[in-house]
Design a binder for this molecule. Structure first.
Ligand code: FPP
Length: 248
């Protein structure tokens, strides 16, 4: 088990990270299948390599002092993949949490699930719930895993929760919607990174992405290293964020 050291301000400057660090980064971890196919191996090999890449990126996010990292691990559409692939992904999720939980917890990482855990096999669900409950009081990196997640369904769920609370129409505003999303209480999403060269959102954090910056990289997710992550952050730091206003 390793305790992760935070980078010093000088080290962060040395990485070329000159500007405000994003507080909340979302990642669409794409390209596991292509990575595996290029090596003439089953797609599940790509997901396993993707799990190892994720381990490194979570540690890097912590060391850089990022407050929230949200990764898209399993979308509501992913149920349509071949059953062997879905089962392999479930196996990896369980393995990941069984293997990483002590280290994540020791480093103050708080695990949050975005999505409905109900349809998952009992073992996957139990392991996720245990990780969430065990780390609920931690105050370090918020590591949010979007599983069985779809952003439109998340927004519909938020609206239903508001209606069920008996709120009057005039009291329903943007804050009420935000407060009823899975991401309630987390910092605003600043940056979305998508790997593997695709340039779309695929039903990921649609509401939260209203003012987020996007960085796309051709690197396949299993090859996405901490150095590549830092270069995406450096790209973000070069941008001028206007939030719809005219800059003086
Ligand atoms: C997209 O690649 C990736 C996924 C659908 C799953 C992401 C899963 C992991 C990174 C591994 C395990 C995660 C955890 C939390 C343990 P793709 O299969 O769509 O790739 P392709 O577009 O090249 O086919």
């Amino acid at each position: 088990m390793r305790i992760y050291e935070r980078y010093t301000a000088d080290e962060i400057k040395g990485f070329g990270l000159l500007g405000a660090m994003p507080e909340h980064v979302g990642i669409i971890m794409d390209g596991n299948g292509r990575w595996a196919t290029k090596r003439l191996t089953p797609r599940s090999f790509g997901h396993r390599a993707g799990m190892e890449a994720l381990h490194e990126i979570v540690r890097e996010a912590h060391c850089l002092g990022i407050k929230a990292l949200t990764v898209y691990a399993f979308s509501t559409e992913n149920w349509q993949r071949p059953v062997q692939e879905v089962n392999a992904l479930f196996g990896l999720l369980t393995e990941y949490f069984e293997r990483e939980i002590d280290e994540l917890d020791a480093n103050g990482v708080r695990i949050i699930a975005l999505g409905d855990l109900e349809p998952f096999p009992a073992k996957v669900k139990a392991c996720m719930v245990e990780a969430i409950n065990r780390t609920a009081g931690n105050s370090g990196l918020n590591f949010c895993i979007a599983i069985n997640y779809g952003s439109r369904a998340e927004i519909v769920r938020a609206v239903k929760r508001i209606v069920e609370s008996g709120a009057a129409a005039e009291d329903i505003g943007e804050q009420a919607i935000s407060d009823n999303l899975y991401t309630a209480g987390l910092p605003e999403l600043d940056l979305i990174i998508r790997t593997a060269g695709e340039q779309r959102l695929s039903n990921f954090l649609l509401w939260q992405a209203a003012y987020a910056e996007f960085v796309f990289t051709p690197v396949l997710w299993p090859d996405f290293t901490p150095a590549e992550f830092r270069s995406c952050l450096a790209e973000y730091m070069k941008r001028t964020r206007r939030f719809g206003k005219v800059m003086e």
